[in-house]
Each structure stands twice: as structure tokens, then as C-alpha cells.
Design a binder for this molecule. Structure first.
Ligand code: PLP
Length: 514
């Protein structure tokens, strides 16, 4: 089974095992700064654990290589990662999938270039379009008929858009979604390549894909040209640790590398880099067996949940849905009695010590991983039993079918016209100049163009970007989200009583539209 080494981890351990005198940055000198055990920081972090992390926090010393020009341990660690994840080349990222998405768009688009982008993408992709000054043609997502959750666009829509816009440089998709819904990427990759277009995939939630026959294939296995994975989300890297995998000749590798050098810190975090090296080793050594065991435990948990009746794992039951892949490590749970919204169910579980990944108005989203123990799952079942007892429902009341009202109508259902993005969007977002934009009550916002990004967080997928026209359906959906307790990023009024809109929608703030 593969190469058993973790070269970057080994190099760093070799360094710290010498008990070196650290005449280099960072200033904490391997945690020495916190030796004073009575210090507040030491007691906050737990002295010894913090010291261990800080001792790994080194810099580009001899033998420890340089992320931006790797020739030794980092190069070797990245090569092993490429082998393990089925790529030709892998870049370690210390700024999450966020930096990977930005680098991919910047590498695929020169200013003015046109790119096909799934509409329900992470905010980093919209930010990347602004930085690249690219033009985006947005592709509408499909919606699960049972839950109303959005996923990837219909391949027929992608094909239609590729034929309408033959000048497009790439197709950018998110697969899987935060909720673990996805599509088979192989035919889409084949379609893109038949027209000599890049397929770029935000696989932030799928770093574990492809490591077991019952898990969906990864983007690399499906033939994508590049994929970004948050190794910290579903595998074991430290937060912000991510990887960008590439294969084939279409991607401009030299340009991509240069852009990563521009975007990533010149002092990358070794604890994060080492954690990427170890995450790769861990999945390589334990992958299939651990996944198998974890899936058995999750099967048991799912049948325990079914016996509670009150709660429904909606995505599991969406048998008539369009999507072809589901991540067994994600579960969207709703209260079938309709008594607790997703946000209320989340709070109720948190009071019992169980912290879901996120909530929407209907569901809580539970993210399991290979490190979820059977004991964790027992505690979770116990918590759901407790919620059932604490919030009893009238026995005679019928349990309800899911409400498919979520955001289906909110997104445009058609391929968009090309939308030019530019640095001016960024100026608008940060501008306090009231000649640009005015606050308007949400109830009167329909028909205006948004001056801000409206981003329910989590999941961090903008519902409006600056310049986007607010439809009646979108205004109503935002109102429902605000009423049900969602949190928003990017807005000047987090309660969403008002939205900032462009003072004059006719003003050609972002350049001409085609
Ligand atoms: C679909 C998607 N892409 C990208 C990201 C950004 O990932 P990261 O937190 O690793 O920067 C997220 C974060 O939640 C996401 O949900």
C-alpha cells in the first residue's frame, strides 16, 4: 500500500527533535514565549498542546523546503499527495479552498474572458470573478424535488451554454454541494474536453471521494482538469489546509503556480502544511477500511434515527431526485412535526452538546467523518431522543411531508447573459459613498439592483452579487430566511430589514453587458 512516508512531517520532526536554538521567525520560538505556565494564554490553550503545535511552527530552514519553489520535502509531500489523490500535480494550500478557487479562476481567465459558472457557488468564486475581471455566464442549479436543495446544473444546460458561448474558456462547477449532493462528472468532463474547454471543480466538500467503492468518484477520477479540496473539511488536515490537484495539458500550470505564489503567504504555516502531509498519509493507510467501518456505523445510526420517526433524513429519502451521487457522510435532518425549524433544532441539539455543521430553515446538516466514533453516534441519537421528549408534539397531529419551498424560485431558472465582473464591484462593496447606493426596506427591494453581496453563512453561497437584479421571489426568500433566523455576511444590515441597492439601476456601474 503506497509510500509509508510523510516527508514534510519527518523533516520538521527531525528539526524539532534537535531542541534547536531558534534564531528565526516566528517570534514565539517554538512556543518558548508561553513557557510561563501562569500566563493567561498558556492556560487558555493548555500549555503543553499549544507548545507542541508551536514547536512545529517553523519557517523555510535548510531541509524544510519552500512552498513557492519546492525542491525537497514539500515537493516530495506534494508528489505523494498527487499520487494518492489521482492527480498529476498537487499544490498544498494554506488558505483553504478559498485561495484555490481564486487561483483557478485567475489562471483560466484573462480580463474580459468568459467562463461558465454554476450560479450557486461559494463566495470565493464570485470574488475571484471580480479579481479576474472576467465575464460569467451563470448556469442555474437543479433542485431536489423533495428538499428543494440546490445542486449542480443539468448537463444539458451545460451543453447548451457551451454551444451558445463557444468563446468560454472553462466550466466551473461545485461538486459535491455542502449537503453532499452531486452529479457524475465524467460525461461533463468528456463534453468539455470535446470542445477543448477546461472543467474546473470546487470539490471543497469531497476530499474523501474516490477512496471507497461506495463513495462517489473524485473530480480527478472523473477527468476534471483541476479540483480544489478542503482537506480540512472531510479529511484530517488543520483548518485552512487544502489541496489543488491538476492533470492534463489544458491547464496553464506555470501561470497557476505563479498565481498561487502571488496569493499565498510568503511565510506559509508549517503546522498546516505538515497536517496536509499527514492527512494524505492517513487516508492512504486507513482509507478504504476506515471508510467501510465508518459507513457501517452510519448505517446503524440511520436505522436508529428511522425508529425515532419524529426526524427525517430528507436527502436520504429523495429517491426521485435528479442527482446521481450522495455523500453518506452528510445527513440533512428535519423535524417532521414541523414544530422546530432547522435553526431551532440546531439550538436544541447544541444545548445537548451536539454541534451541527449548519442549519437552514428546514434542516440541520450533520457532517460526519472517518473520525466520528460509534460513541459520538450514540450521543447523537440520545440527543435526538431528548429533543423529542423536550419538544413533544400532539400525538394526533400528523407528521408532515417536507416543504419544498426553500430556494427553488429564488434563483434564476435560465442561463444568464454574460455578467461582467470587475474591480469596480469590490469598490462598490466597500464604498461608503451614498451617491452609489441607498438602503431600502427589503419589502420594497424587488426590481432594484443589489449593491451588496447577500451571503447566508454558512453555507457562504451568495444569493445576490452586486449588480444582480432582485426578483420578487428572491426578496421573498430572503425575508423567509431572515424570519427563520439565518445569519448573513456581506450586508450592511445583518437583520436584513434593509438592503443596499444601487441608487440608479440604469447606471452602467460594471461596464457594458452583452
Ligand atoms: C463549496 C465551498 N467551496 C469553497 C469553500 C471554501 O473553503 P475553505 O474554507 O477551505 O476556504 C467552502 C467553504 O465552506 C465551500 O462550502
Amino acid at each position: 500500500m503506497g509510500d509509508q512516508r510523510a516527508p514534510l512531517y519527518e523533516a520538521v520532526m527531525k528539526y524539532i527533535n534537535q531542541s534547536p536554538v531558534r534564531l528565526h521567525v516566528p517570534g514565539h520560538k517554538g512556543g518558548e514565549a508561553f513557557q510561563e505556565r501562569q500566563s493567561n494564554q498558556a492556560s487558555l490553550y493548555g500549555y503543553s498542546d499549544f507548545e507542541r503545535i508551536l514547536s512545529l511552527d517553523v519557517t523555510e530552514l535548510s531541509g524544510l523546503d519552500d512552498l513557492h519553489e519546492p525542491t525537497e520535502a514539500i515537493r516530495e509531500a506534494q508528489r505523494l499527495a498527487a499520487d494518492c489523490f489521482g492527480a498529476e500535480e498537487t499544490h498544498f494550500l494554506i488558505g483553504g479552498s478559498t485561495v484555490g478557487n481564486i487561483a483557478l479562476i485567475l489562471s483560466a481567465c484573462n480580463p474580459g474572458d468568459l467562463i461558465l459558472v454554476q450560479r450557486n457557488v461559494h463566495k470565493s468564486v464570485i470574488h475571484a470573478l471580480m479579481l479576474a475581471e472576467a465575464r460569467a455566464v451563470f448556469l442555474p442549479p437543479r433542485f431536489d424535488s423533495v428538499t428543494g436543495l440546490p445542486s449542480s446544473p443539468d448537463p444539458a444546460i451545460i451543453e447548451q451554454a457551451l454551444h451558445t458561448y463557444p468563446q468560454a474558456t472553462a466550466v466551473f462547477l461545485t461538486n459535491p454541494s455542502y449537503y453532499g449532493l452531486g452529479t457524475d462528472l465524467s460525461p461533463i468532463a468528456a463534453l468539455c474536453h470535446s470542445l477543448n474547454k477546461l472543467l474546473l471543480v470546487d470539490e471543497a466538500h469531497g476530499a474523501h471521494y474516490g477512496f471507497h467503492q461506495e463513495l462517489p468518484a473524485s473530480a480527478m477520477q472523473s477527468g476534471a482538469d483541476a479540483a480544489v479540496q478542503s482537506t480540512h473539511k472531510m479529511l484530517t488536515a488543520m483548518t485552512m489546509g487544502a489541496m489543488l490537484h491538476v492533470q492534463g495539458e489544458r491547464i496553464q500550470r506555470v501561470k497557476l503556480k505563479k498565481i498561487l505564489t502571488m496569493l499565498q503567504s510568503s511565510s506559509p504555516s508549517y503546522p498546516i502544511l505538515v497536517s496536509l502531509d499527514l492527512a494524505r498519509l492517513w487516508i492512504q493507510e486507513h482509507g478504504s477500511g476506515s471508510i467501510h467501518n465508518a459507513m457501517l456505523s452510519l448505517q446503524q445510526w440511520r436505522s436508529d434515527m428511522a425508529s425515532l420517526e419524529r426526524f427525517e433524513l430528507t436527502v436520504d429519502h429523495s429517491s426521485h431526485s435528479f442527482y446521481e451521487t450522495k455523500d453518506p457522510f452528510k445527513a440533512a435532518v428535519r423535524d417532521r412535526s414541523g414544530q422546530l425549524s432547522g435553526f431551532q433544532l440546531k439550538s436544541a441539539l447544541e444545548e445537548l452538546g451536539c454541534y451541527p455543521e449548519l442549519a437552514d430553515s428546514e434542516h440541520v446538516l450533520l457532517a460526519f467523518s472517518l473520525a466520528t466514533s460509534p460513541e459520538d453516534l450514540e450521543r447523537l441519537i440520545y440527543a435526538f431522543e431528548q429533543v423529542k421528549m423536550r419538544y413533544p408534539v400532539d400525538e394526533k397531529k400528523e407528521l408532515q411531508a417536507p416543504v419544498t419551498n426553500t430556494n427553488i424560485a429564488a434563483y434564476a431558472q435560465e442561463i444568464s447573459v454574460p455578467v461582467p465582473f470587475s474591480m469596480r464591484h469590490i469598490h462598490t462593496l466597500v464604498s461608503e459613498d451614498s451617491s452609489y447606493s441607498i438602503p431600502i426596506p427589503l419589502s420594497r427591494a424587488a426590481g432594484h439592483s443589489s449593491a451588496e453581496m447577500v451571503i447566508p453563512y454558512p453555507p457562504g453561497i451568495p444569493l445576490l452579487y452586486p449588480g444582480e437584479v432582485i426578483t420578487v421571489e428572491m426578496a421573498a426568500y430572503l425575508q423567509r430566511l431572515a424570519d427563520s433566523g439565518a445569519s448573513f455576511q456581506g450586508v450592511s444590515d445583518p437583520a436584513l430589514h434593509t438592503l443596499q441597492v444601487l441608487r440608479d439601476s440604469q447606471v452602467d456601474l460594471f461596464g457594458k453587458r452583452e
